[in-house]
Ligand binder design. Structure first.
Ligand SMILES: *Cc1c(COP(=O)(O)O)cnc(C)c1O
Length: 439
Protein backbone atom coordinates (compact mmCIF):
# COMPACT_ATOMS: atom_id res chain seq x y z
CA UNK A 1 0.00 0.00 0.00
CA UNK A 2 1.23 3.44 -0.84
CA UNK A 3 -0.21 6.87 -1.45
CA UNK A 4 0.92 7.38 -5.03
CA UNK A 5 -1.94 7.20 -7.51
CA UNK A 6 -2.96 8.40 -10.98
CA UNK A 7 -5.91 10.81 -10.92
CA UNK A 8 -7.34 12.45 -14.01
CA UNK A 9 -4.41 11.11 -15.99
CA UNK A 10 -1.59 12.33 -13.81
CA UNK A 11 0.40 11.01 -10.89
CA UNK A 12 -0.19 12.33 -7.39
CA UNK A 13 1.69 11.82 -4.14
CA UNK A 14 -1.15 12.02 -1.61
CA UNK A 15 -2.95 15.21 -2.74
CA UNK A 16 -0.03 16.85 -4.51
CA UNK A 17 0.51 16.54 -8.27
CA UNK A 18 4.07 15.39 -8.91
CA UNK A 19 4.21 17.54 -12.03
CA UNK A 20 3.81 20.59 -9.78
CA UNK A 21 6.70 19.47 -7.56
CA UNK A 22 8.95 18.93 -10.57
CA UNK A 23 8.14 22.45 -11.81
CA UNK A 24 8.91 23.88 -8.37
CA UNK A 25 12.18 22.10 -7.57
CA UNK A 26 13.44 20.83 -10.94
CA UNK A 27 14.65 17.35 -11.80
CA UNK A 28 15.97 14.91 -10.82
CA UNK A 29 14.24 15.02 -7.43
CA UNK A 30 13.30 12.55 -4.71
CA UNK A 31 9.76 12.84 -3.32
CA UNK A 32 8.64 11.00 -0.15
CA UNK A 33 5.06 10.52 1.02
CA UNK A 34 5.02 10.96 4.79
CA UNK A 35 1.50 9.52 4.95
CA UNK A 36 2.77 6.29 3.41
CA UNK A 37 5.61 5.99 5.93
CA UNK A 38 3.20 6.65 8.82
CA UNK A 39 0.79 4.01 7.47
CA UNK A 40 3.57 1.45 7.45
CA UNK A 41 4.64 2.29 10.99
CA UNK A 42 1.03 2.06 12.23
CA UNK A 43 0.41 -1.26 10.51
CA UNK A 44 3.69 -2.75 11.73
CA UNK A 45 2.92 -1.69 15.30
CA UNK A 46 -0.59 -3.13 15.05
CA UNK A 47 0.60 -6.50 13.68
CA UNK A 48 3.10 -6.94 16.52
CA UNK A 49 1.06 -5.17 19.22
CA UNK A 50 0.79 -8.19 21.53
CA UNK A 51 4.60 -8.59 21.49
CA UNK A 52 5.20 -4.90 22.31
CA UNK A 53 8.44 -4.55 20.30
CA UNK A 54 10.81 -1.60 20.14
CA UNK A 55 10.95 -0.83 16.43
CA UNK A 56 14.45 0.43 15.63
CA UNK A 57 14.23 1.91 12.14
CA UNK A 58 17.40 1.05 10.16
CA UNK A 59 18.20 4.58 9.12
CA UNK A 60 20.72 3.67 6.45
CA UNK A 61 17.67 3.05 4.24
CA UNK A 62 16.73 6.74 4.31
CA UNK A 63 18.36 9.16 6.73
CA UNK A 64 16.66 12.41 5.70
CA UNK A 65 16.53 14.54 8.87
CA UNK A 66 12.91 15.61 8.51
CA UNK A 67 11.82 12.03 7.93
CA UNK A 68 13.81 10.88 10.97
CA UNK A 69 12.24 13.66 13.06
CA UNK A 70 8.76 12.44 12.08
CA UNK A 71 9.62 8.86 13.07
CA UNK A 72 11.28 9.97 16.32
CA UNK A 73 8.12 11.89 17.22
CA UNK A 74 6.19 8.63 16.78
CA UNK A 75 8.36 6.98 19.45
CA UNK A 76 10.42 4.82 17.12
CA UNK A 77 13.91 3.66 17.98
CA UNK A 78 16.78 3.61 15.49
CA UNK A 79 19.37 1.16 14.23
CA UNK A 80 22.60 2.92 13.30
CA UNK A 81 25.72 1.68 11.52
CA UNK A 82 28.08 4.64 11.96
CA UNK A 83 28.85 7.61 14.18
CA UNK A 84 27.66 9.80 11.32
CA UNK A 85 24.20 8.31 11.69
CA UNK A 86 24.45 8.79 15.46
CA UNK A 87 25.23 12.45 14.85
CA UNK A 88 21.98 12.88 12.90
CA UNK A 89 19.99 11.41 15.78
CA UNK A 90 21.84 13.50 18.34
CA UNK A 91 20.87 16.65 16.44
CA UNK A 92 17.24 15.52 16.75
CA UNK A 93 17.55 14.82 20.48
CA UNK A 94 16.87 11.09 20.21
CA UNK A 95 17.83 9.50 23.55
CA UNK A 96 20.45 6.72 23.61
CA UNK A 97 17.92 4.33 25.09
CA UNK A 98 16.24 4.23 21.67
CA UNK A 99 19.41 3.60 19.63
CA UNK A 100 21.11 0.30 18.80
CA UNK A 101 24.52 0.34 17.12
CA UNK A 102 25.10 -2.30 14.41
CA UNK A 103 27.86 -2.78 11.85
CA UNK A 104 30.80 -5.05 11.25
CA UNK A 105 33.51 -2.36 11.36
CA UNK A 106 32.92 0.05 14.24
CA UNK A 107 36.03 2.14 14.93
CA UNK A 108 37.33 3.02 18.36
CA UNK A 109 36.21 6.63 17.90
CA UNK A 110 32.72 5.48 16.97
CA UNK A 111 32.57 3.31 20.10
CA UNK A 112 33.61 6.30 22.22
CA UNK A 113 30.92 8.48 20.63
CA UNK A 114 28.24 5.83 21.13
CA UNK A 115 29.20 5.21 24.76
CA UNK A 116 29.16 8.97 25.29
CA UNK A 117 25.60 9.15 24.04
CA UNK A 118 24.57 6.12 26.10
CA UNK A 119 23.29 3.94 23.26
CA UNK A 120 21.05 1.10 24.34
CA UNK A 121 23.44 -1.57 23.09
CA UNK A 122 26.17 -2.51 20.63
CA UNK A 123 25.37 -5.33 18.22
CA UNK A 124 28.80 -6.98 18.21
CA UNK A 125 29.83 -9.01 15.19
CA UNK A 126 33.29 -10.48 15.87
CA UNK A 127 35.61 -11.58 18.66
CA UNK A 128 38.12 -8.84 17.91
CA UNK A 129 35.40 -6.21 17.95
CA UNK A 130 34.31 -7.54 21.33
CA UNK A 131 37.84 -7.18 22.69
CA UNK A 132 38.15 -3.67 21.28
CA UNK A 133 34.85 -2.62 22.83
CA UNK A 134 35.86 -4.11 26.21
CA UNK A 135 39.07 -2.05 26.10
CA UNK A 136 37.36 1.20 25.07
CA UNK A 137 34.75 0.84 27.80
CA UNK A 138 37.40 0.00 30.42
CA UNK A 139 39.51 3.01 29.38
CA UNK A 140 36.48 5.25 29.87
CA UNK A 141 35.61 3.58 33.17
CA UNK A 142 32.27 2.55 31.68
CA UNK A 143 30.42 -0.66 31.00
CA UNK A 144 29.27 -1.37 27.46
CA UNK A 145 25.97 -3.16 26.90
CA UNK A 146 26.47 -5.86 24.30
CA UNK A 147 24.19 -7.89 22.09
CA UNK A 148 25.85 -10.57 20.02
CA UNK A 149 24.87 -10.79 16.38
CA UNK A 150 24.66 -14.45 15.50
CA UNK A 151 24.16 -16.14 12.14
CA UNK A 152 21.42 -18.71 12.35
CA UNK A 153 22.70 -20.16 9.03
CA UNK A 154 19.41 -20.12 7.17
CA UNK A 155 19.21 -19.10 3.54
CA UNK A 156 16.88 -16.12 3.08
CA UNK A 157 16.60 -16.75 -0.70
CA UNK A 158 17.49 -13.20 -1.64
CA UNK A 159 20.20 -11.54 -3.76
CA UNK A 160 23.73 -12.67 -2.82
CA UNK A 161 24.77 -9.08 -2.06
CA UNK A 162 22.05 -8.70 0.56
CA UNK A 163 22.05 -12.18 2.16
CA UNK A 164 23.85 -11.79 5.46
CA UNK A 165 22.93 -14.64 7.80
CA UNK A 166 24.81 -17.57 6.28
CA UNK A 167 27.72 -19.28 8.01
CA UNK A 168 30.21 -17.80 5.53
CA UNK A 169 28.90 -14.25 5.65
CA UNK A 170 31.05 -11.24 6.51
CA UNK A 171 28.44 -10.35 9.14
CA UNK A 172 27.82 -11.77 12.58
CA UNK A 173 29.13 -14.82 14.45
CA UNK A 174 28.40 -18.48 13.74
CA UNK A 175 25.72 -19.40 16.25
CA UNK A 176 27.79 -22.01 18.15
CA UNK A 177 30.70 -19.57 18.37
CA UNK A 178 28.19 -16.99 19.58
CA UNK A 179 27.44 -19.13 22.59
CA UNK A 180 31.14 -19.41 23.50
CA UNK A 181 31.56 -15.65 23.17
CA UNK A 182 28.42 -14.91 25.13
CA UNK A 183 29.91 -16.78 28.06
CA UNK A 184 33.12 -14.82 27.65
CA UNK A 185 31.19 -11.52 27.82
CA UNK A 186 29.77 -12.63 31.16
CA UNK A 187 33.30 -12.73 32.58
CA UNK A 188 34.31 -9.26 31.43
CA UNK A 189 33.83 -6.47 33.97
CA UNK A 190 33.59 -3.76 31.29
CA UNK A 191 30.90 -5.60 29.31
CA UNK A 192 27.35 -6.64 30.02
CA UNK A 193 25.48 -9.20 27.92
CA UNK A 194 22.07 -7.64 27.36
CA UNK A 195 20.90 -9.17 24.11
CA UNK A 196 21.12 -11.40 21.09
CA UNK A 197 20.52 -10.24 17.55
CA UNK A 198 20.27 -11.64 14.05
CA UNK A 199 19.68 -10.05 10.66
CA UNK A 200 19.62 -12.65 7.91
CA UNK A 201 19.43 -10.37 4.90
CA UNK A 202 17.38 -7.83 3.06
CA UNK A 203 14.39 -7.93 0.70
CA UNK A 204 13.23 -11.27 2.13
CA UNK A 205 9.95 -12.34 0.56
CA UNK A 206 9.55 -15.75 2.23
CA UNK A 207 8.70 -15.73 5.93
CA UNK A 208 9.67 -19.36 6.56
CA UNK A 209 13.46 -18.82 6.85
CA UNK A 210 12.68 -15.72 8.91
CA UNK A 211 10.79 -17.71 11.52
CA UNK A 212 13.46 -20.42 11.53
CA UNK A 213 16.20 -17.87 12.15
CA UNK A 214 14.41 -16.25 15.07
CA UNK A 215 13.71 -19.72 16.46
CA UNK A 216 17.41 -20.59 16.49
CA UNK A 217 18.33 -17.34 18.22
CA UNK A 218 15.55 -17.85 20.77
CA UNK A 219 16.92 -21.34 21.49
CA UNK A 220 20.34 -19.85 22.18
CA UNK A 221 18.75 -17.26 24.46
CA UNK A 222 17.08 -20.05 26.45
CA UNK A 223 20.42 -21.85 26.88
CA UNK A 224 22.07 -18.65 28.11
CA UNK A 225 19.30 -17.30 30.32
CA UNK A 226 20.16 -19.25 33.50
CA UNK A 227 23.68 -17.74 33.48
CA UNK A 228 22.96 -14.31 31.99
CA UNK A 229 20.90 -12.25 34.43
CA UNK A 230 21.16 -9.08 32.33
CA UNK A 231 19.96 -10.69 29.10
CA UNK A 232 17.00 -8.46 28.27
CA UNK A 233 16.35 -8.36 24.53
CA UNK A 234 16.13 -10.42 21.38
CA UNK A 235 16.51 -8.50 18.15
CA UNK A 236 15.04 -10.16 15.05
CA UNK A 237 16.75 -7.73 12.65
CA UNK A 238 15.09 -6.23 9.59
CA UNK A 239 14.96 -7.42 6.02
CA UNK A 240 11.20 -7.47 5.36
CA UNK A 241 10.76 -7.55 1.60
CA UNK A 242 8.66 -5.10 -0.39
CA UNK A 243 6.84 -5.29 -3.69
CA UNK A 244 9.01 -4.06 -6.56
CA UNK A 245 7.86 -6.18 -9.48
CA UNK A 246 6.55 -9.68 -9.27
CA UNK A 247 7.49 -11.32 -5.98
CA UNK A 248 4.67 -10.73 -3.58
CA UNK A 249 5.74 -9.18 -0.28
CA UNK A 250 4.45 -10.85 2.90
CA UNK A 251 2.21 -8.85 5.22
CA UNK A 252 3.39 -7.72 8.65
CA UNK A 253 0.92 -10.21 10.12
CA UNK A 254 2.69 -13.07 8.35
CA UNK A 255 6.03 -12.08 9.92
CA UNK A 256 4.37 -11.75 13.33
CA UNK A 257 2.81 -15.20 12.91
CA UNK A 258 6.16 -16.96 12.35
CA UNK A 259 8.04 -14.99 15.00
CA UNK A 260 5.43 -15.01 17.79
CA UNK A 261 5.69 -18.67 18.90
CA UNK A 262 9.45 -18.34 19.42
CA UNK A 263 9.48 -15.15 21.44
CA UNK A 264 6.19 -14.75 23.25
CA UNK A 265 7.13 -16.63 26.43
CA UNK A 266 10.81 -15.81 26.35
CA UNK A 267 10.66 -12.95 28.83
CA UNK A 268 12.86 -10.79 26.59
CA UNK A 269 12.07 -7.43 25.00
CA UNK A 270 11.60 -7.92 21.26
CA UNK A 271 13.57 -5.53 19.07
CA UNK A 272 13.39 -5.25 15.30
CA UNK A 273 15.32 -3.25 12.73
CA UNK A 274 13.14 -2.70 9.65
CA UNK A 275 14.48 -0.30 7.05
CA UNK A 276 13.29 -0.83 3.50
CA UNK A 277 9.75 -1.89 4.39
CA UNK A 278 8.94 1.37 6.17
CA UNK A 279 10.19 3.75 3.50
CA UNK A 280 10.87 1.89 0.24
CA UNK A 281 7.57 2.40 -1.55
CA UNK A 282 7.07 5.81 0.09
CA UNK A 283 9.48 7.42 -2.36
CA UNK A 284 9.65 8.18 -6.08
CA UNK A 285 12.36 9.86 -8.10
CA UNK A 286 11.27 12.36 -10.75
CA UNK A 287 13.40 12.60 -13.87
CA UNK A 288 12.95 14.25 -17.28
CA UNK A 289 13.59 12.77 -20.69
CA UNK A 290 16.52 14.54 -22.37
CA UNK A 291 16.90 12.65 -25.64
CA UNK A 292 15.90 9.56 -27.54
CA UNK A 293 18.36 7.57 -29.56
CA UNK A 294 18.58 4.37 -31.56
CA UNK A 295 21.72 2.19 -31.82
CA UNK A 296 21.22 -0.82 -34.08
CA UNK A 297 18.12 -2.58 -32.80
CA UNK A 298 18.46 -0.94 -29.38
CA UNK A 299 16.35 2.04 -28.40
CA UNK A 300 17.48 4.36 -25.63
CA UNK A 301 15.67 6.96 -23.60
CA UNK A 302 18.25 9.25 -22.01
CA UNK A 303 17.06 10.94 -18.81
CA UNK A 304 18.53 13.52 -16.44
CA UNK A 305 18.97 11.10 -13.49
CA UNK A 306 21.87 8.68 -13.43
CA UNK A 307 23.49 5.92 -11.40
CA UNK A 308 24.92 8.56 -9.08
CA UNK A 309 21.35 9.52 -8.12
CA UNK A 310 20.01 5.94 -7.93
CA UNK A 311 22.51 3.09 -7.98
CA UNK A 312 20.29 0.13 -7.16
CA UNK A 313 19.75 -0.98 -10.79
CA UNK A 314 23.49 -0.90 -11.54
CA UNK A 315 24.64 -2.28 -8.18
CA UNK A 316 22.37 -5.26 -7.75
CA UNK A 317 19.95 -5.41 -10.58
CA UNK A 318 17.30 -3.54 -8.63
CA UNK A 319 14.05 -3.34 -10.63
CA UNK A 320 12.02 -0.15 -10.33
CA UNK A 321 8.76 0.60 -12.07
CA UNK A 322 9.21 3.63 -14.36
CA UNK A 323 6.29 5.40 -15.98
CA UNK A 324 5.37 8.87 -17.33
CA UNK A 325 3.83 11.19 -14.73
CA UNK A 326 1.42 12.89 -17.12
CA UNK A 327 -0.42 11.98 -20.30
CA UNK A 328 -0.12 8.21 -20.57
CA UNK A 329 -2.45 7.01 -17.82
CA UNK A 330 -1.50 4.61 -15.06
CA UNK A 331 1.04 1.83 -15.71
CA UNK A 332 -0.45 -1.59 -16.44
CA UNK A 333 -0.59 -3.91 -13.44
CA UNK A 334 1.11 -6.87 -15.18
CA UNK A 335 3.39 -6.90 -18.19
CA UNK A 336 2.99 -3.91 -20.48
CA UNK A 337 2.00 -5.59 -23.76
CA UNK A 338 2.44 -4.03 -27.14
CA UNK A 339 4.97 -1.42 -26.05
CA UNK A 340 8.44 -1.32 -27.54
CA UNK A 341 11.15 -2.05 -24.97
CA UNK A 342 13.76 0.64 -24.33
CA UNK A 343 16.82 1.08 -22.14
CA UNK A 344 16.34 4.02 -19.80
CA UNK A 345 19.80 5.40 -19.19
CA UNK A 346 21.43 8.35 -17.43
CA UNK A 347 24.01 10.95 -18.44
CA UNK A 348 26.90 9.42 -16.45
CA UNK A 349 29.92 8.22 -18.42
CA UNK A 350 29.62 4.53 -17.56
CA UNK A 351 28.01 1.69 -19.51
CA UNK A 352 26.62 0.56 -16.16
CA UNK A 353 24.65 3.79 -15.89
CA UNK A 354 21.06 2.71 -16.42
CA UNK A 355 17.77 2.84 -14.56
CA UNK A 356 16.09 0.07 -16.57
CA UNK A 357 16.89 -2.29 -19.45
CA UNK A 358 14.54 -3.64 -22.12
CA UNK A 359 11.63 -1.93 -20.48
CA UNK A 360 8.30 -1.54 -22.26
CA UNK A 361 7.54 2.18 -22.13
CA UNK A 362 5.01 4.36 -23.94
CA UNK A 363 6.43 6.65 -26.61
CA UNK A 364 7.89 9.61 -24.70
CA UNK A 365 9.46 12.80 -26.04
CA UNK A 366 12.16 15.11 -24.72
CA UNK A 367 10.93 17.12 -21.72
CA UNK A 368 8.44 14.53 -20.53
CA UNK A 369 8.49 13.70 -16.84
CA UNK A 370 9.00 10.12 -15.60
CA UNK A 371 8.52 8.68 -12.12
CA UNK A 372 10.86 5.97 -10.84
CA UNK A 373 8.88 4.11 -8.16
CA UNK A 374 9.95 2.39 -4.95
CA UNK A 375 13.10 4.42 -4.32
CA UNK A 376 12.39 5.61 -0.76
CA UNK A 377 14.92 3.07 0.60
CA UNK A 378 18.58 2.86 -0.47
CA UNK A 379 17.94 5.58 -3.03
CA UNK A 380 19.19 8.94 -1.89
CA UNK A 381 21.33 7.43 0.90
CA UNK A 382 23.40 5.55 -1.69
CA UNK A 383 23.70 8.51 -4.05
CA UNK A 384 26.99 10.18 -4.89
CA UNK A 385 28.30 13.18 -6.76
CA UNK A 386 30.12 11.10 -9.39
CA UNK A 387 30.74 13.11 -12.59
CA UNK A 388 30.50 16.25 -10.39
CA UNK A 389 26.73 15.98 -10.38
CA UNK A 390 25.11 17.76 -7.42
CA UNK A 391 22.75 15.44 -5.56
CA UNK A 392 19.00 15.92 -6.08
CA UNK A 393 16.68 17.57 -3.55
CA UNK A 394 14.47 15.55 -1.19
CA UNK A 395 10.86 16.70 -0.98
CA UNK A 396 8.32 15.61 1.63
CA UNK A 397 4.60 15.42 0.92
CA UNK A 398 2.08 15.55 3.74
CA UNK A 399 -1.54 15.59 2.56
CA UNK A 400 -2.01 18.52 0.20
CA UNK A 401 1.29 20.19 1.20
CA UNK A 402 4.90 19.65 0.25
CA UNK A 403 8.22 20.86 1.64
CA UNK A 404 11.82 20.76 0.48
CA UNK A 405 13.58 18.84 3.27
CA UNK A 406 16.96 18.87 1.53
CA UNK A 407 17.71 21.37 -1.18
CA UNK A 408 19.49 20.47 -4.38
CA UNK A 409 23.25 20.58 -3.89
CA UNK A 410 25.15 23.41 -5.55
CA UNK A 411 28.52 23.47 -7.27
CA UNK A 412 29.80 25.36 -4.20
CA UNK A 413 28.72 22.41 -2.04
CA UNK A 414 30.72 20.09 -4.28
CA UNK A 415 34.01 21.91 -3.71
CA UNK A 416 33.40 23.11 -0.13
CA UNK A 417 35.79 20.58 1.45
CA UNK A 418 38.54 20.99 -1.15
CA UNK A 419 41.40 23.33 -1.86
CA UNK A 420 43.34 23.76 -5.09
CA UNK A 421 46.35 25.00 -3.11
CA UNK A 422 46.98 22.49 -0.31
CA UNK A 423 49.77 23.10 2.22
CA UNK A 424 52.49 20.49 1.86
CA UNK A 425 54.41 19.43 4.98
CA UNK A 426 57.59 17.36 5.29
CA UNK A 427 56.41 13.81 6.00
CA UNK A 428 59.47 13.02 8.15
CA UNK A 429 59.04 16.12 10.32
CA UNK A 430 55.36 15.38 10.68
CA UNK A 431 56.11 11.86 11.95
CA UNK A 432 58.66 13.26 14.42
CA UNK A 433 56.13 15.80 15.76
CA UNK A 434 53.56 13.06 16.25
CA UNK A 435 56.08 10.94 18.14
CA UNK A 436 57.08 13.79 20.44
CA UNK A 437 53.48 14.68 21.06
CA UNK A 438 52.64 11.15 22.16
CA UNK A 439 55.65 10.67 24.48
C1 LIG B 1 20.56 -2.90 6.70
C2 LIG B 1 20.23 -3.47 8.01
C3 LIG B 1 18.89 -3.53 8.45
C4 LIG B 1 17.73 -3.09 7.60
O1 LIG B 1 17.52 -3.94 6.52
P1 LIG B 1 16.20 -3.73 5.62
O2 LIG B 1 16.32 -4.78 4.60
O3 LIG B 1 16.27 -2.38 5.04
O4 LIG B 1 15.03 -3.91 6.51
C5 LIG B 1 18.66 -4.00 9.73
N1 LIG B 1 19.66 -4.42 10.53
C6 LIG B 1 20.95 -4.39 10.13
C7 LIG B 1 22.00 -4.85 11.05
C8 LIG B 1 21.27 -3.92 8.86
O5 LIG B 1 22.55 -3.91 8.48
Amino acid sequence: MDRFAYRDGQLFAEDVALDAIARAVGTPAYVYSLGTVRDHVDRLQAAFADLDPLICYAMKANANLALLADLAARGLGFDIVSAGELDRLRRLGVPGERIVFSGVGKTRDEMVAALGHGVRLFNVESEEELEALARVAADLGQRADVALRVNPDVDPQTHAYIATGLKESKFGLAIDRGEVLARRVLDRPSLRLVGLQCHIGSQITDVTPYGEAVGRVADLARRLQPDAPDLASLDMGGGFGIFYKDRRAPSFEEYARVVRPHVKDLGLKLLMEPGRVLVGNAGVMLTRVLYRKQAGAKRFVIVDAGMNDLIRPSLYGGWHRIWPVVGHGAPPVGEADGLAPVDIVGPVCESGDFLAKDRPLPEVAAGELLAVFGVGAYGFTMSSTYNARPRPPEVLVDGARFAVARRRETYDDLVAAETATPTFVEAAAEALDAKEASS
